[in-house]
Write a protein of this length. Structure first.
Length: 408
């Protein structure tokens, strides 16, 4: 351990893998795959492609937003054992809502940078077809006193409120959503996801899914325009009134978000190997990037979705950087308005944001998405020969998270 601590306390990214994202319904291609099966598939693949001695790994840190049923009881440790990794590898499961996959990587980086651990696998999983969002309950939704005190409204109400305040029209958010599908379709056709995407097979070895299932190559403005706003009825039930009580300068909320310009409900998992330099050398690994900075913030909990901007600014300050220093961005497409507002706030061109599409096209498997978008960012930086990237997500409860990486 003394030799390991003598290294500079940088946390490096060595590799990442992910499953395809399957439609999060009973007719989705991954519905029959348990979340443990998704994870063990990735753990075995990571071990095989790196020829990794798993006994060198100290811990597996996993995000899971709905840790109930098959996803409960510390699924990280269960997956380690199911994948036949070394018994000495520990596992922990955590939730920072939608940011859980990126939070896992940031926690792994902190463990490594402290010198307490050498190699850590981080990522997340969510089987939304088997365990629907919100099935774990929580005071935020179920306790009337908390609900009233915190001014809870569904996230879609917050998204529509942001669009109203920022002046984004239905045509604006629909255009962004169409671009997400077109970029994702082009990226898939060109094989940009191939390096990291791991097909999922059943116990008999039969292919279940080898491509992201919800990309719509034929998405059109006409089809998008036919979709009814998803949150207008909820707003009329009283949630608009609750939101406007927090934002009294807004006369009324214009409802612009719907299933076509919001993130898709999907199943999926992702993992990334994080370690410091000495541990990587001992395992025969070459680093691909290092984490320059990571940050989390709390933000206003009713509107809930404005956390990325202050989180990014906090991470940039840590790194001594400006938004213009970042080559590529991944801003999670929880709703179209989130990356649109974040890019506007930071003065970033949308030409550098989500260049291979995002969660509108490919879905948002809650516990895994943060890891997926950081991995996608790393792959694209390498493909383009660029140096720096930032991944950020809005987070339930009013929070934001951001991670800055630099290729090495």
């Amino acid at each position: 351990m003394a030799a390991l601590r003598s290294e500079a306390p940088d946390a490096y990214l060595y590799d990442h893998v992910r499953t395809p994202r399957g439609k999060g319904k009973k007719d989705g291609s991954l519905h029959q795959a348990t979340p443990v099966w998704l994870l063990s598939t990735l753990l075995r693949t990571l071990q095989q492609r790196l020829a990794l001695d798993t006994a060198l790994v100290d811990d597996v840190v996993l995000g899971c937003v709905t840790p109930v049923g098959e996803q409960g009881a510390d699924i990280a440790r269960t997956a380690v054992l199911d994948a036949d990794w070394a018994q000495s590898v520990a596992g922990v499961t955590q939730s920072r809502f939608c940011a859980s996959g990126l939070e896992s990587i940031n926690l792994a980086a902190a463990k490594v940078a402290s010198g307490f651990e050498r190699l850590v696998v981080a990522g997340g999983v969510e089987s939304m077809s088997r365990w629907p969002m919100g099935s774990d309950g929580g005071a935020w939704f179920m306790d009337p006193r908390i609900n009233a005190k915190l001014g809870f409204v569904p996230q879609g109400i917050g998204a529509d409120l942001i669009a109203t305040m920022e002046g984004f029209s239905r045509a604006d958010v629909d255009a962004f959503a169409l671009q997400s599908h077109r970029r994702a379709a082009a990226a898939r056709a060109e094989g940009r996801f191939a390096r990291s995407l791991v097909p999922v097979r059943d116990v008999a070895g039969l292919l279940m899914l080898d491509r992201d299932e919800t990309i719509r190559e034929n998405a059109s403005p006409e089809a998008m325009a036919k979709l009814e706003p998803s949150f207008a009825a909820m707003g009329a039930m009283g949630f608009d009134t609750t939101a406007l009580a927090r934002y009294p300068t807004v006369e009324r909320i214009t409802h612009v978000h719907h299933a076509g310009n919001s993130s898709g409900i999907v199943d999926g998992a992702a993992l990334m190997l994080v370690g410091h330099a000495a541990a990587g050398r001992a395992a025969g690994l070459k680093p691909r990037a290092r984490i320059r900075a990571a940050a989390v913030v709390g933000s206003e909990p009713t509107i809930m979705l404005t956390g990325p901007t202050p989180a990014v600014r906090k991470a940039l300050a840590q790194a001594g950087m400006q938004p213009s220093d970042i080559d590529l961005w991944e801003i999670n497409e929880a709703f179209a308005v989130v990356p649109m507002k974040t890019a506007r706030d930071l003065g970033v061109s949308l030409d550098r944001v989500n260049v291979n599409g995002g969660a509108i096209a490919m879905g948002h498997p809650l516990g895994a998405t943060g890891c997926i978008i950081l991995g996608t960012l790393l792959d694209e930086l390498e493909r383009r020969g660029l140096a720096t990237g930032c991944a950020t997500l809005c987070v339930g409860g009013g929070m934001g998270i951001a991670t800055i990486i630099e290729r090495v």
